[in-house]
Write a protein that binds this ligand. Structure first.
Ligand code: NAD
Ligand code: GLY
Length: 368
């Protein structure tokens, strides 16, 4: 069964198709979006080995000619050099504004390709075919595209919505287990930020999602996409509620920056630690019942995610260094930071009033 979640954005609305066997029918799904039977496909080396042949065969079946660019895997690919290479390749392929570019891969390929499509001829259509769990539940949906610079992650980018998202859960069968778990952290995020019954469902069924049970996986991806679609439809440009999707990210980004993006800490792992810290900080501030933070920590740890910086060798980073990263990441006004905190599981909120001193004191005592 294929599930459909719609991101409702007036004339830029699009569907997210979720289920098994979608890659094998990809040609039929994309055909209606094409002005001419031609696609530029961007992927990375790992995905090219594991998933590209099925996608190309499905396009061929529908008479769609594909040109493919295979990029190196990894976060470092989201840079200016690869953006130039990709943009010039697209121009060389004579991709026009009415054509479609396909991002076949995880969040790295999706973010880079989406950004290249956003700036190619001032905006070319693109299709997301996410092949990591993180990309299926988060990065392929909502139109945030970006590259990194030495100054930080995602600092150069654009909002550019895809025309279609094809989330084939079968593609996750070749994903390394650590990447599956990292994506699972983003699924838990939706429960923690706004849907307590979903968190409770994950407590019951999360292990099946991780193990690759088709029904559990489709349910988790669909509920996550629906949660994100609702938030994006209400606040596409993150003027307000979309910032809830950053639960755990302020703490997490600081640890990622400290880890130097060297693979020690994956983004989803950083988010897992960051969500526990956000809940525990909320408890410290008297906002959240202690048992909710304990419950979130217990579930994330039980499935095998890191929940403390020490779990990834980052336990001794001084508190003020972490706060310095956070100040870089988020706006600080008069010594106060913007944060996503929680009144409990399923009830996150945005506050622009966290004192840096309270944060330092939390981070210092947390590790004693
Ligand atoms: P990724 O794209 O680097 O993929 C992880 C690894 O899995 C890579 O080595 C990749 O080659 C490999 N891989 C992908 N699919 C595979 C498959 N089916 N089989 C085998 N190997 C496969 O990482 P990610 O976790 O998907 O994405 C992380 C990126 O997403 C970060 O750059 C982050 O900033 C971005 N992101 C963006 C948004 C957004 O809203 N745009 C949201 C969250 C994260
Ligand atoms: N991943 C955060 C967002 O899409 O807004």
């Amino acid at each position: 069964m294929t599930r459909t979640v719609t991101v409702a954005l007036a004339d830029r609305s699009y569907d997210i198709l979720i289920g098994t066997g979608l890659l094998e029918r990809a040609g039929a799904h994309v055909a209606a979006l094409l002005r001419r039977p031609r696609l530029a496909v961007v992927t990375d080396e790992h995905v090219a080995a594991a998933q590209l042949p099925a996608f190309l065969a499905a396009c061929k079946q529908e008479g769609i000619a594909c040109e493919t660019l295979i990029l190196p895997p990894g976060e470092a690919t989201k840079n200016f050099t690869q953006l130039e290479r990709l943009s010039r390749w697209l121009i060389g392929q004579q991709v026009g504004r009415d054509d479609m570019v396909v991002a076949l891969g995880g969040g790295v390929i999706g973010d880079l390709t989406g950004f290249a499509a956003a700036i190619l001829r001032r905006g070319t259509g693109f299709i997301q075919v996410p092949t990591t769990l993180l990309a299926q539940v988060d990065s392929s949906v909502g139109g945030k595209t970006a590259i990194n610079t030495p100054e930080g992650k995602n600092l150069i980018g654009a909002f550019h919505q895809p025309a279609l998202v094809l989330a084939d859960t079968d593609t996750l069968d070749t994903l390394p287990p650590r990447e599956v778990l990292a994506g699972y952290a983003e699924i838990v995020k939706y429960g923690l930020l706004g849907d307590r019954p979903f968190f409770e469902w994950l407590e019951q069924h999360g292990e099946k999602v991780i193990a690759g049970d088709d029904a559990a996986r489709a349910e988790a991806v669909a509920r996550s996409c629906q949660a994100k679609a609702d938030i994006v439809a209400a606040d596409e440009r993150e003027n307000d509620q979309r910032a809830l999707l950053n639960l755990g990210h302020t703490f997490g980004h600081a640890l990622e920056a400290e880890g130097g993006y060297d693979g020690r800490l994956l983004h989803g792992e950083a988010v897992a630690i960051g969500m526990v810290q956000a809940l525990e900080f909320s408890v410290r501030l008297g906002l959240c019942p202690g048992q909710d933070a304990v419950r979130a920590r217990r579930h994330l740890a039980r499935v095998g995610l890191p929940v403390d910086p020490a779990d990834r060798g980052l336990g001794d980073v001084p508190a003020d260094r972490l706060v310095a990263h956070m100040a870089q990441d988020k706006k600080v006004r008069d010594g106060r930071l913007t944060f996503v905190l929680a009144r409990g599981i399923g009830d996150a909120f945005i506050t622009r009033d966290v004192a840096a001193s309270e944060l330092v004191s939390f981070l210092k005592t947390e590790r004693t």
